[in-house]
Design a protein around this ligand. Sequence first.
Ligand code: GDP
Ligand code: MG
Length: 428
Amino acid sequence: MFDVLTDRFTRLRRQLLGYGRLSDREISQALREVRTLLLEADVNYKVVGRFVRAVEARLKDKDIAASLKPGELINATLYQELVQLLGGTGARLDLGANPAVVSLVGLQGTGKTTFAGKLAYKFRNRRPLLVSCDPKRPAASDQLKSVAERAGCDFFPVSGDVVATCLAAIRQARDRGNGIVVLDTAGRLHIVPELMAELEAIQAQARPHVGLLVLDGMVGQDAVSQAEQFSARLKLNGCCFTKLDGDARGGAVMSVRQVTGLPVLLVGTGERLEDLEEFHPDRMASRILGLGDMKSLADKVQAATEGLDQRAAAEKFLKGKFDLDDFLKQLKNLRKMGSISQLLAMIPGAQGLEVDDGELVRVEAMIQSMTPTERRHPDVIDGSRRRRIAAGSGTTATDINRLLKEFAQARALAKQMSGGRGPRLRLR
Ligand code: GDP
Ligand code: MG
């Protein structure tokens, strides 16, 4: 996600950290670079202007400046202002009602039907009901039906009038104990009065608790203008960007909150049911700045490790206390967590790394050849133990060395990146 932006921010941050002092000239150079890279990422120009002014004002605040090194100050300021730009804290998807009725709106092709399936899958323990609200395209109803089958949840077909369908579905959900009702409304290629009238009728009569606008992450600023138009007519609680696994530059995601006031609540990062992430401004800001996103990574670990010790595992991981046994368990779970490059993208400094599955199999073999004590306390692994492990796993002592070194680094990073709420501002 947003690889180019992250690369450039990372380079800029590292460069700034090298300075013992920052002159006004260096500050304005840095701000110019920030402006350019945000504009090139397709962030709305007004949003960029406001962001750069806010960063500048903070940098010139003498009280703040006195307590931090210049490079740290800029890094911390960029982080804090980026969190604000992305929406600060507080917004979240509220599915408290029972059944909670969620209406998904958006243009055709943005990913509503796929998103409905992801949402149902995420909240599968509440027995969601997916409702097709597109009477004009029979294919739309069929698509939702097969999505519902894959997500293992109930499906309600459209029949005749859209509003009547919604009301009947909600009634049935109440009778049969579905905890969430998702209305997959019909999109159009463009915003036309007929579409808006239909969505307004659903809103007025089916009274969904949550209105979510689904936006295509690939279309750039067009998405922001769709958000403006939809939110002018409908009561919306937030928006969701799909297709952020592609080469979306990120500008729309970074602009929509400031331009329309709509918070981004969830993002889709692939075509599979699992490819849905909660959007947290603080996590996203650290990801964009190249500080990694250990929290989301821990969430994924937690979601993938079914069983009693999952919370403990995630906590251990964040505290940097995990050992090679935990590491082995996580490796085995990797395949459940989606593509490995997606996971790596969340680790600071690991963005863009390539990993092949063969390598993982070797790592598993190496850990399996270690004794329980060695797995818990990798420090005891000396030369002769290394040779034994290498022989046992069909690798070399150098391979074992590399594994141990990388493991130690990962543990140190996890520790550094975590700590209470959001990443700590100890920026490299
Ligand atoms: P709708 O017309 O709004 O219901 O859109 P669909 O759900 O039918 O999705 C349109 C296309 O986008 C389909 O080919 C989906 O597989 C694809 N799609 C949806 N979400 C994502 C995503 O997060 N990542 C990727 N790569 N493709 C997606
Ligand atoms: Mg659809």
